[in-house]
Design a protein around this ligand. Structure first.
Ligand code: ADP
Ligand code: MG
Ligand code: MG
Length: 926
């Protein structure tokens, strides 16, 4: 016996002859450490293998890091008395050791495996590799984070030329035995030895033809026997060796293949897309087989305990009679929905519904399960928290609170904040849909409205989408190789496969619009053609697919903004109840401000004034101002801009009635406002009455080598104070107007790109002087509450934040520039190297999307502390892109900011993320 916990060290109960199909009479011994179940206690140093079964169960649900999600939950399901075929799990640490060891299996591993196989033999009463009643196992991968379909499973391992005859005898079902064997040779050849799957497919097709079989289940016993022989020679041809006849050799090679698959292309690519880093490796699960392919009373299926697309509380899934493993999801035969099951086997259906409830009570979350029925007896093979769309996450969380399974705080923590975006996406306009031509209907697998031209391979989708084209990925079925193309496509459409097919599950997890199993479609990927009911569509044709109804339509259907459901507002209400920090929005127009308010923004954290200079005629006056050679000429041009700015501010104050609006003074280098082509320069010259030469000269004079580090931000107003004066005048005139119209304006003037106290002091005086002047002109006597603050976006500003605070009423972290300058990465040029940094995990994520807490975050933390040390009441927020990124919002909460500000569509995300941060903080304290 390996070293185990107390109860496992007691002698094993005498083995009872037990084959799946009979209920075990073994008294169960579940290993439990007394007191707190600390996973570290149960995890024994040096122990590489953990058993689960009736003899003992050494793993538990909270050991996912070590045993992988699949292994931990197999142990857990065994513990709560669900019917799980016994097996054992090789730890993720062992996988890490394999790589440290120069890709060699660690010393002693196979000894532990042998020992555990003998436990399995005792428990099942079968013998691995024996002719009489052979024990067969599956070899399955499973990391701590689930990666559906990323690594392939090998079933029926242990079969050989000898034992297949034994299996045929002991089951009195030779067809089954040879079906199992041909599957093993195929899977082992493909997954372990890298023999292309289609070599086996071709052979199978020939056998089917020969025996006049349409489906694989129609192939008779004789055909299966022939197929095994052909497969073995196919194997030998491509591998150069005979199919291994020693079961332990098979097992060893399979274990190694699982370890290898951890660094296979598909796994690496999936982890990159999902941003999964910091994992040890994959575990290997070796489990005795339950046979779903023993005949009409057997089968296999996958299901969700609730609908993963909508969240509706109904058992949702599919099953296939006389089938094994992946047959259900592979689209070989069309599976039946689980609600058809009572017609086939009422008892099993009832049992599954009971298991659904038991699992949901146990995990208090929606589960994604796999099961197999062997001669009428149900076996559970997997459970995990089900992937779901944003809408389903919201509905499930709210329903589970109503069902008293979870509380509000847990409900909020359950919803990935970023997934709310999906609910804010537009759907097809019913009016426009009515007029459209629906060419066919598939299974609605993942909601959304996608429009695009047709791409027929993942590679093609990637290539065309990168060039800016909206494409729909059209496939017969998808496989893990396709994930890049699936990810980049606007939507996914397949002609085969059901609601639990690869395409459906992956798309649901991403919230990407997806329609599967549109059986009327005939796809010719090689020719780039899709035929449906006699009509043909190619690469340049546009289709629209509706992921909520399964409709496939010709042309571009227009879309409408979403109506947010009651559950969505419930989640927002709860979020506002728990969150501690404010949520503002970045908005430059009254329309954006209005939308953000509807999404719950409590103010504007960043109003960029320069965007206002681009519209219509304004750009003309702006250019005139930039090209002016004297102050008077500049003032004259600015005077033309003044009324526009004032009106814009008025509109925004109106939209944001009673809420703060942070207005940033001009920020970009002036060069950005000028035309760069000769033709346009000539036009401009004519418009403003200058010579073309002059214009050209001025444009090139304004050219800078590093404009982002050049004459921009507050530096502009130091050189051209009249710009500041015009902008502040527009703000104050609008404020006084708005006050007089009772719009309760709360302007905050923000000076960008400050690097030190003196800079800010100098400009603050100018702002204050202008305010005083306008007040006098307007004859406005009461106190005007206009805050004057600065952005902290230059590392020096963060470092000297205490000094700067003396002159600032508020700080707002401009994390785009701060990231750019802290890393020394030009944001506009990262495309050339960032992908490599992410690939090699030199950076864990794009620092312009997720705040770099270790570096940029440290500057922020320091600046907050320093600023508040001088001015405890200093108001602090963030207005970079990071303000809407959940992880960054948590950080902002933790450093004690007053608010985050983000684009209107991210406001709900920030509200939820802020609540999650507050709840997590509270939970950590408890
Ligand atoms: P994935 O992670 O891709 O889902 P799995 O290891 O879960 O891979 O399994 C692939 C398929 O094989 C699933 O349908 C699963 O239920 C089935 N399977 C795995 N192990 C066994 C077993 N011991 N008996 C019967 N079916 C199994
Ligand atoms: Mg699985
Ligand atoms: Mg900036």
């Amino acid at each position: 016996m390996p070293k185990m916990t107390a109860s496992a060290r007691t002698p094993l109960v005498a083995a009872v002859q037990h084959a799946p199909g009979k209920t075990s009479k073994v008294v169960k011994k579940v290993v439990k450490v007394s007191g707190v179940p600390d996973p570290k206690m149960r995890a024994k140093p040096g122990k590489m293998v953990y058993y689960f079964g009736q003899l003992m169960t050494e793993g538990a649900a909270d050991m996912k890091q070590l045993l992988g999600g699949k292994g931990a939950n197999l142990a857990d399901m065994t513990t709560i008395d669900l019917p799980v075929p016994p097996g054992f799990t090789i730890t993720t640490d062992t996988c890490a050791m394999y790589y440290r060891n120069g890709q060699r299996l660690p010393h002693g591993l196979m000894n532990e495996v042998h020992k555990n196989i003998s436990f399995l033999e005792r428990e099942t009463g079968k013998k691995f590799g024996e002719v009489g009643n052979p024990l067969l196992v599956s070899v399955r991968s499973g990391a701590a984070v689930s990666m559906p379909g990323m690594m392939d499973t090998i079933l029926n391992l242990g079969l050989t030329d000898h034992s297949v005859a034994g299996l045929a005898n002991s089951t009195k079902n030779p067809r089954f035995a040879y079906d199992a064997y041909r599957r093993l040779i195929n899977m082992f050849g493909d997954v372990v030895m890298g023999v292309d799957h289609h070599h086996f497919e071709e052979a199978f097709d020939k056998i089917k033809k020969k025996h006049g079989a349409k489906l694989d289940t129609d192939v008779p016993e004789q055909g299966m026997i022939e197929l095994c022989d052909i497969y073995k020679s196919t194997y030998q041809r491509y591998v150069g060796e005979v199919f291994p006849q020693n079961p332990f050799k098979q097992l060893e090679l399979a274990i190694e293949a699982v370890f290898k698959s951890w660094n296979g292309d598909r796994a690496v690519s999936y982890r990159r897309i999902q941003g999964i880093t910091g994992l040890n490796g994959t575990a290997v699960n070796i489990q005795s087989m339950a046979y779903g392919n023993m005949g009409e009373d057997s089968g296999t299926g996958v299901a969700f305990t609730r609908n993963p697309a909508t969240g509706e509380n109904i058992f949702y899934g599919e099953f296939l009679i006389n089938a094994q493993g992946e047959d259900v999801v592979a689209g070989i035969r069309t599976p039946q929905p689980v609600d058809q099951m009572p017609k086939w086997n009422k008892e099993v259906h009832k049992q599954l519904l009971e298991i659904k409830n038991k699992l949901e009570k146990h995990y208090t979350d929606m589960q994604d399960i796999e099961f197999t029925i062997e001669k009428g007896k149900l076996y559970m093979l997997q459970t995990r928290n089900g992937k779901r769309t944003g809408a389903a996450a919201v509905r499930t969380a709210c329903d589970m609170v109503r069902e008293k399974l979870i509380d509000e705080e847990t409900a909020l923590l359950r919803i990935p904040a970023g997934d709310l975006t999906q609910m804010l996406l537009p759907s097809f306009d019913p009016a426009s849909k009515k007029k459209s031509e629906v060419i066919t209907r598939g299974i609605p697998a993942s909601p959304g409205a996608a429009v695009g031209k047709l791409a027929f391979t993942a590679a093609e989708a990637v290539e065309r989408a990168r060039k800016g084209e909206a494409v729909l990925l059209i496939r017969k079925e998808t496989s893990p190789e396709d994930v890049e193309g699936m990810h980049i496509a606007a939507g996914i459409l397949t002609s085969t496969g059901g609601r639990t097919s690869h395409a459906a599950v992956v798309a649901c997890g991403w919230g990407k619009c997806c329609v599967v199993g549109a059986g009327e479609l005939e796809i010719d990927a090689a020719k780039g053609k899709l035929t449906c009911n006699g009509k043909t569509y190619g690469r340049t044709d546009t289709l629209s697919i509706d992921g909520s109804t399964g409709e496939v339509m010709v042309g571009t259907i227009s879309t409408v903004e979403p109506k947010l459901s009651g559950d969505f507002s419930q989640v927002m209400k709860w979020s506002d109840k728990y969150r501690k920090i404010g949520v503002r929005t970045n908005a430059d127009t009254p329309a954006d401000a209005q939308r953000a308010r509807e999404f719950g923004a409590e103010g504007i954290g960043l109003c960029r004034t320069e965007h206002m200079f681009f519209e219509g005629d304004r750009i003309k006056s702006m250019r005139e101002m930039i090209l002016a050679e004297t102050t008077e000429a500049r003032v004259k041009a600015l005077d033309k801009l003044l009324p526009y700015q004032r009106d814009d501010f008025m509109g925004i104050f109106k939209a944001m009635k009673g809420m703060p609006v942070t207005i940033r003074l001009i920020d970009p280098p002036l060069h950005e406002f000028l035309p760069h082509e000769e033709k346009q320069q000539k036009e401009l010259a004519a418009q403003i009455g200058l010579s073309f030469e002059k214009v050209k000269q001025r444009v090139s004079a304004l050219h800078e080598s590093n404009p982002m580090l050049g004459h921009r931000g507050c530096r502009l107003c130091i050189t051209y104070p009249e710009i500041l004066e015009m902008q502040v005048r527009a703000i104050i005139e609008a404020t006084i107007d708005a006050l007089r119209s009772n719009y309760k304006p709360m302007p905050e003037i923000m000076i960008p790109l400050v690097g030190g106290k003196r800079e800010l002091a100098y400009l603050r005086t100018k702002v204050e002087e202008t305010i005083a002047k306008v007040k006098e002109e307007q004859d406005y006597k009461p106190r005007l509450d206009v805050k004057i603050g600065t952005m902290i976006e230059i590392p020096r500003a963060a470092i000297t934040a205490d000094e700067i605070a003396e002159k600032a009423d508020f700080f707002s972290f401009g994390t785009n520039d701060l990231t750019q300058m802290t890393f020394g990465y030009s944001r506009d040029d990262i495309g050339t190297f960032l992908p490599d940094y992410l690939l090699h995990e030199i950076l864990p994520a794009d620092p312009f999307q997720t705040l770099d807490i270790g570096g940029v975050g440290q500057l922020i933390e320091m600046a907050v502390a320093k600023g508040r040390s001088k001015k405890p009441e200093l108001k602090i927020g963030i207005c970079g892109e990071h303000g809407g990124d959940p992880k960054s919002v948590w950080f902002c909460h933790n450093v004690g900011m007053d608010y985050v500000s983000c684009s209107p569509f991210r406001v709900p995300i920030a509200r939820l993320a802020a609540a999650q941060a507050a709840i997590k903080e509270k939970n950590n304290k408890d």
